[in-house]
Write a protein that binds this ligand. Structure first.
Ligand code: ZN
Length: 271
């Protein structure tokens, strides 16, 4: 059986039997793949375990796995943890945004379709989510991911009539149409959501920023009061387009108090 070695980030994990895990891995050169880690939780008499006792969400490591893409499930044969992103455990907001970034990647890209640039961006984004730059860093990654996957909404013109978005009047967004709606069209678009024109301009500005090594430079400092309305529009757009619910979106959109008390035990436990 041919084996492949690649740098991977764990996007999703399901405990499988008492000793094994089924993982969704984002591999730098191989794209997204699903792999079974047999014996991940089994310990030897010396206390050692294969795969360092199991692999967690967002863990980054060097993996060896079976390279037969005709099979639905690869077998993980080696895992060397490189970064467990412990810094993200200090703050629920950064942790949730990191997990949400992983969920979006797992939903938006196809299996076995390599996206090394997105991989590198995610690798650099995760540590930044534990810093005061968390909000703008996440939003910039989210926009890049949507653009790369072909799901970026239209922000600069009305998606219904093609007309310009006004400078002074109200602006709307349609998750189903995937973009901005002008005031003339809003009456016939039933899922329209009114948005603050300044937020629309903010998104347009981020998308136009100069880039170094694929990452936008000089991101403005943002608060969650600015980013969450945009995150909400994008989540509704993705859910509508894919016809699937996003699990983590509603944790990051909750306010601080309820985000803490409503912590999903399944996610909290893994960190
Ligand atoms: Zn219009």
């Amino acid at each position: 059986m041919a084996l492949a070695s690649d740098q991977c980030i764990c996007l999703r994990k399901v405990e499988y039997s008492e000793t094994s895990q089924i993982l969704t891995l984002f591999a730098r050169q191989h794209g997204m793949l699903r792999a079974i880690a047999k014996g991940a939780h089994r310990r030897t008499k010396a206390g050692a375990s294969k795969f360092d006792g199991g692999i967690d969400l967002l863990d980054s490591g060097q993996a060896v796995f079976t390279a037969d893409t005709s099979r639905d499930l690869a077998t993980l044969t080696e895992w060397k943890l490189q970064d467990g992103h412990l810094e993200l455990r200090r703050d629920l907001r950064g942790l949730y945004l990191g997990q949400y970034a992983g969920e979006l990647v797992s939903m938006l890209i196809e299996e076995h379709d390599p996206h090394p640039d997105l991989f590198d961006r995610l690798e650099h984004t995760l540590p930044e989510l534990s810093t005061p730059r968390v909000e703008e860093t996440f939003l910039a990654y989210e926009l890049d991911l949507l653009r790369e996957a072909g799901y970026l909404p239209e922000w600069s013109a009305c998606v219904s009539c093609g007309g310009a978005i006004g400078e002074r009047e109200a602006v709307y967004f349609s998750p189903a149409r995937g973009g901005a709606i002008c005031r003339n069209c809003e009456g016939v678009i039933h899922d329209r959501i009114e948005i603050d024109l300044r937020l629309l301009r903010l998104v347009q500005g981020i998308l136009r920023l100069p880039r170094t090594d694929g990452a936008p430079q000089r991101l403005p400092r943002l608060t969650r009061h600015q980013t969450n309305p945009i995150n909400r529009l994008l989540a509704e757009h993705v859910e509508h387009t894919l016809g699937r619910r996003l699990r983590m979106a509603w944790y990051i959109l909750a306010d601080r108090a309820s985000a803490g008390s409503a912590a999903n035990p399944a996610y909290a436990r893994s960190f």
